[in-house]
Design a protein around this ligand. Structure first.
Ligand code: ZN
Ligand code: ZN
Length: 328
């Protein structure tokens, strides 16, 4: 029993450390390096020799070994182990896609026979896949801020006092589960619909096309959004894409920045929902929630949300009781 546990733990830790050199993982050293180069290039073009000075402080060990950053690393590993146990390995996207595929057929939905070329279907599929994925991320994130019981868990992500690329993993396992279900549901939905509507026209090449957009997103500094490097995309592009500076505003402790910039790639959703706030290269922000969670270690990050949730429920029950007593 103990031997099985040790072998499993060693395998999981090896898999976690291998993602640091795996080019399909966001925090691989290649993407961390490309983010630094991208920021250096853009800031040098904008500010000449002063560009490096805007980047350098965030490469310091004082940031990467800050207590908050160490909690990010611990949560990354601990959540990986926990979710590896909680989510059965058989619960794959293929299972979801086949279930939905047969469901659509049972509902009488079939080949649309539109006679569209493979190229048209490729473009439409990639576009739908990207839009549904990006909008569902926005929506779940928006709900996490607007619903008190979901915020109890999402506050863990906002408890980071310094931002490093590993802050993306600073989440509560419950949030990890929700985002796993979101990605499975949104991606399987689009894939299954296209498989039924355009049989034999959706191939792995198209899914690979979607992966290419993720690759470009990673090379062009996805990792900078969780860093102190203030980098906007300039007045025009800033309105359409969520820049690193915009996501940093999302993490700001200042009251005027609360509930701003929920998006991941497109700024469109925030502009439609009235939650958009442009970022800029000169912003100086403090990060965190300003609450007790900012100071807690890994175990605190796991447990505090349940205490907050219990408190919220208790407050609500008391309010309801008061209202009932007044009504009598
Ligand atoms: Zn948030
Ligand atoms: Zn974030």
């Amino acid at each position: 029993m103990l031997e099985t546990f040790v072998v499993w733990l060693a395998d999981e830790l090896a898999a976690a450390s291998s993602s640091l050199v795996d080019s399909s993982k966001r925090v691989s050293l290649w993407y961390l390096l490309s983010a630094v180069l991208f920021a250096w290039l853009v800031l040098s073009l904008r500010y000449g020799a002063l560009g490096w000075a805007r980047l350098k402080p965030y490469l310091s060990w004082r940031v990467w070994w800050h207590r908050s950053a160490r909690t990010d690393y611990q949560l990354w590993l601990a959540n990986r182990l926990l979710l590896g146990v909680l989510i059965p390995k058989t619960f794959t996207q293929a299972v979801w896609v086949s279930w939905l595929y047969f469901y659509w057929q049972q509902q009488g939905f079939g080949d649309l026979q539109l006679g569209w070329s493979d190229a048209t279907v490729v473009v439409l599929f990639s576009l739908c896949y990207f839009l549904v994925d990006d909008f569902s991320r926005f929506l779940v994130h928006w709900a996490m801020h607007k619903t008190p019981w979901l915020w109890a868990f999402h506050q863990v992500h906002h408890g980071a006092k310094v931002l490093t690329p590993f802050t993306v993993f600073r989440t509560h396992p419950i949030e990890g589960l929700l985002f796993f279900l979101r990605s499975m549901a949104s991606q399987s939905l689009v894939i299954s619909i296209f498989l039924v509507a355009f049989p034999n026209q959706v191939s792995l090449w198209q899914v690979f096309g979607v992966l290419i957009t993720t690759f470009v997103f990673n090379v062009l500094g996805a990792n900078l959004r969780h860093s102190g490097v203030a980098l906007s995309y300039g007045s025009k592009l800033e309105k359409w894409l969520i820049s690193p500076a915009q996501h940093q505003v999302h993490h700001s402790v200042a009251r005027q920045h609360y509930d701003r910039n929920f998006g991941v790639t497109l700024a469109l959703w925030d502009r439609l929902f009235g939650s958009w706030h442009p970022g800029n290269d000169d912003q100086t922000l403090r990060y965190g929630t300003g609450q007790a969670i900012d100071e807690m270690g890994m175990l605190g990050q796991w447990l505090e949300p349940f205490r907050s949730l219990f408190q919220t429920l208790q407050r609500r029950t008391k309010q309801r009781l008061k209202l009932r007593l007044r009504g009598k």
